[in-house]
Design a binder for this molecule. Structure first.
Ligand code: GLA
Length: 422
């Protein structure tokens, strides 16, 4: 069974596509557009921890979303948008003044939402001029698989954020060879507001930080309690390893109620325990005491709360162990942590599905060092850490297993830790 691969475009290829699509929509007269781009992400470990003030460890994909964008004439707040992925659709045109929660939907919410968020009071550092963010013409194209749990929406938001940062001369992202992390944290915050408030997905912020703040050759240790980051060297090729990403093609959506329900359960449990976030639960004894308190509640939902909290607290500990192994040069030993993360997400957090479980189990039996679902779950993608020469056989084994099970053929990509938005 041969595996189907989804290659990443080169930067030149992505830029050429976005410029060609822009010319097809807007012609070649007037101010020429510039192209910005931003990656999707995979999370190595630390799932459903971000909205609990926890730790996560994403890397940027080589697969990116490209936006060709030019500012509107001075004083205009008209935005005109098109997507190369929807060639038949008309231009979306809107005044920025009319954008806000509930006014836009579909993919344009992620673009317009970022412009809206950057214009909100307090979004920019003192002295920055929010009114410099005016209208624009933009066309997007992307090789980040859509609906695969690889943060195509964060890639779109982040590409627009760096584009507006440049065209409005905000200076937040910093030069490509010396990114400004503090400025990028502000851009990421605007992207999160766009997603939460304008697109209406109650996600936690990991994806936007990964797309804007990751570095090539590194994993991003993100502390969601204070937003601080540490760049953890993660050079897979030097260790003879590869990260195989399996898009199960099982439909994945975060705007439905399941993700929000998990988040609410965690927040309710933290409040019940008198805590700001579940991050404040420390150690085996702390976890046992917290679970005992929740179990004693007697409410119908008590068992669910116990399992959700157990996942979050043990998952945060697994991130710490994973990073300690990377710091000690023991990347070959992280596999069991990935396996344990998957089991916890499947059994306690209940966000896996048949396709993810099959991809993970098959990867392991075909020789992966470790495997787990990545991202929000309920479909989407899994990752497997494999020896470089085992990439093809592991992918082929997964493709064959899906075929035997009568499931839609999965697709595969490779993800060396890649560069952030720029
Ligand atoms: C989605 C969300 C993130 C995070 C993950 C689960 O990707 O967008 O904020 O919560 O799910 O770790």
């Amino acid at each position: 069974m041969s595996a189907r691969w989804i290659p990443a475009w080169t930067g030149d290829e992505g830029a050429a596509r976005a410029l060609a699509a822009f010319a097809a929509r807007f012609g070649t007269d007037g101010v020429a557009p510039t192209v910005w781009s931003a990656p999707g992400r995979v999370n190595l470990i630390g799932e459903h921890t971000d909205y609990n003030g926890g730790l996560c460890l994403p890397i940027a994909l080589p697969h990116r979303t490209y936006v060709a964008l030019r500012p509107a004439p001075a004083g205009s707040d008209v935005v005109r948008l098109a997507s190369a992925q929807e060639p038949g659709a008309g231009l979306v045109e809107m005044h920025l003044a009319d954008v806000g929660p509930g006014t836009v939907d579909g993919w344009t919410a992620y673009v317009l939402g970022v412009a809206w968020a950057l214009r909100q009071p307090g979004a920019l550092p003192t002295g920055s001029d929010a009114s410099a963010i005016g209208g624009f013409d933009a066309v997007v194209d992307s090789c980040v698989p859509y609906g695969a749990g690889l943060s195509s929406s964060a890639a779109l938001e982040a590409s627009v954020a760096v584009a507006l940062d440049a065209t409005a001369h905000l200076g937040l992202a910093g030069p490509a060879d010396d990114p400004d992390d503090a400025g990028r944290a502000l851009l990421a915050a605007a992207c999160v507001r766009a997603e939460n408030e304008v697109a209406g997905a109650p996600t936690g912020g990991m994806d936007q930080s990964a797309s804007l703040r990751a570095r090539a050759g590194h994993a991003l240790l993100l502390d969601c309690l204070d937003g601080s980051v540490r760049q953890v060297p993660f050079d897979l090729a030097a260790d003879g390893l590869a990260l195989l990403v399996i898009d199960t093609r099982a439909e994945h959506a975060l705007v439905d109620g399941q993700y929000a329900a998990r988040r609410t359960t965690c927040e309710t449990a933290a409040a019940r325990l008198g805590l700001g976030t579940l991050r404040e639960i420390h150690g085996t004894d702390g976890l046992a005491a917290a679970l005992a308190t929740l179990a004693a509640d007697g409410a119908a939902e008590a068992d669910i709360a116990v399992r959700r909290v157990r996942h979050v607290v043990t998952e945060i500990a697994r991130v710490e162990e994973f990073v300690a192994l990377l710091d000690a040069g023991k990347v070959h030993e992280v596999g069991p942590l990935m396996d344990a993360s998957h089991a916890s997400l499947r059994d306690d957090y209940e966000v896996s599905c048949r396709e993810l479980d099959l991809a993970v189990a098959t990867a392991r039996s075909a020789g992966a060092l470790g495997a787990r679902m990545t991202g929000g779950g309920f479909g989407g993608s899994a990752i497997a850490l494999v020896e470089a020469d085992a990439v093809e056989p592991v992918a082929a084994a997964i493709a064959a297993a899906f075929d035997s099970a009568g499931l839609t053929a999965p697709t595969f990509l490779l993800s060396p830790p890649s560069a952030p938005a720029g």
